[in-house]
Design a protein around this ligand. Structure first.
Ligand SMILES: [Zn+2]
Length: 342
């Protein structure tokens, strides 16, 4: 048996929308629908003594509020605390509504709070206009740029109201939830300062989007920091959770709970190594990220997916530049291309 065969899914039954199903002592799994190709998100409810702590909220839509009300009304304990792993709409979307509904306090990292506000308020370097200009320079065609412009600020659609205050989480914080202590593990590359939660006593990692069993976590470069290497940061972050015990139950935001951190990390490292090799092979002449979208994603992409795909392509190119095997070449019109060094 190779290490990559060692991923198992100990829980077969999916909780129905509007219900919570126990997955470990004091931990219930809530599965909410999502309005795009990635069709669901997992949220977690933790037993916090005479109250409940929730991890993440689901997308900011009325049907999700209805599911939440069903779940919370069925439990005599109030929701006293909400922990948000990161600022993406499917995780943060209903934070303001949930906290107001039950008087819960909100806990997240500063990077996620500020990053969310930068997207919501269309701050310089985080606006749709800046993203489109970044993608134009990276060679995305006019038709797809227009489709992205027409789509507007998708972030606000998923987060109808941004929270105005929060309790700041730091890497290494230990949170007491009911009878257990959870350590905050901060990871990079997918979102500004993503918080995962690890409970050694229960042998459980709430991984958020930092470790997913079937899909590869999206890695993107913001226009504000065009030379970032989020793929490098993501791989470093994976190596930092790779030492957790082999039988840790991972509760991911998408897909089913699984065991086999080391096997999954090995698969993801290999996946990105292959993608980097495929892109590098194309760059014997100067190529742009836009031109190489088909190398990374040989299928039809909708507008929402083009945004993630471009982020991913630029991230891989920047990673290869950091490794010294690609060089960035800027054209007179500002177009950015990459060519093999040496
Ligand atoms: Zn995310």
């Amino acid at each position: 048996m190779t290490i990559t065969d060692e991923i198992d899914y100990p829980i077969d039954t999916l909780p129905a929308p509007g219900t919570a199903a126990s997955v470990a002592p004091g931990i219930a799994w809530v599965r909410m629908p999502l309005p795009f190709a990635l069709d669901h998100i997992n949220l977690w409810l933790l037993d916090d003594g005479d109250a409940l702590t929730a991890v993440d909220t689901g997308f900011g839509l009325d049907p999700i509020k209805t599911h939440w009300s069903q779940i919370l009304d069925a439990d005599p304990r109030p929701l006293s605390r909400l922990i948000v792993t990161h600022c993406h709409p499917d995780h943060l979307g209903l934070a303001t509504w949930l906290c107001a509904r039950d008087g819960a306090s909100l806990h997240m990292t500063q990077g996620e709070f500020l990053g969310g506000h930068a997207l919501w308020h269309q701050q310089p370097g985080y606006s749709v206009i800046d993203m489109i200009e970044q993608f134009r320079r990276h060679g995305l065609d006019a038709a797809r740029l227009d489709a992205l412009a027409d789509r507007g600020n998708g972030y606000r659609r998923g987060v109808p109201e941004m929270p105005q205050h929060y309790h700041r989480l730091f890497a290494g914080d230990r949170l007491t939830v009911g009878a257990h202590e959870w350590e905050v593990i901060v990871g990079y590359g997918h979102a500004p300062e993503h918080a995962s939660l690890y409970c050694a006593a229960l042998g459980v990692l709430i991984s958020g989007d930092m470790l997913l069993p079937r899909i590869s976590t999206n890695i993107s470069v913001f226009a504000a920091t065009p030379d970032d290497d989020p793929l490098g940061w993501f791989l470093d972050s994976l190596h930092r959770i790779n030492h957790l015990p082999r039988n840790t139950l991972v509760l991911p935001s998408h897909g089913k709970p699984f065991r086999g951190i080391q096997a999954r990390v090995a698969q993801l490292v290999e996946h990105h190594r292959e993608r980097c090799a495929a892109l590098l092979a194309e760059c014997t002449t100067a190529r742009s990220a836009g031109e190489l979208l088909g190398t990374l994603f040989p299928r039809e992409l909708d507008t929402h997916q083009v945004m993630f795909a471009m982020g991913e392509a630029i991230a891989h190119m920047n990673h290869l530049v950091k490794q010294g095997v690609l060089r960035r070449v800027e054209g007179e019109d500002g177009t950015i291309r990459f060519i093999k060094t040496g």
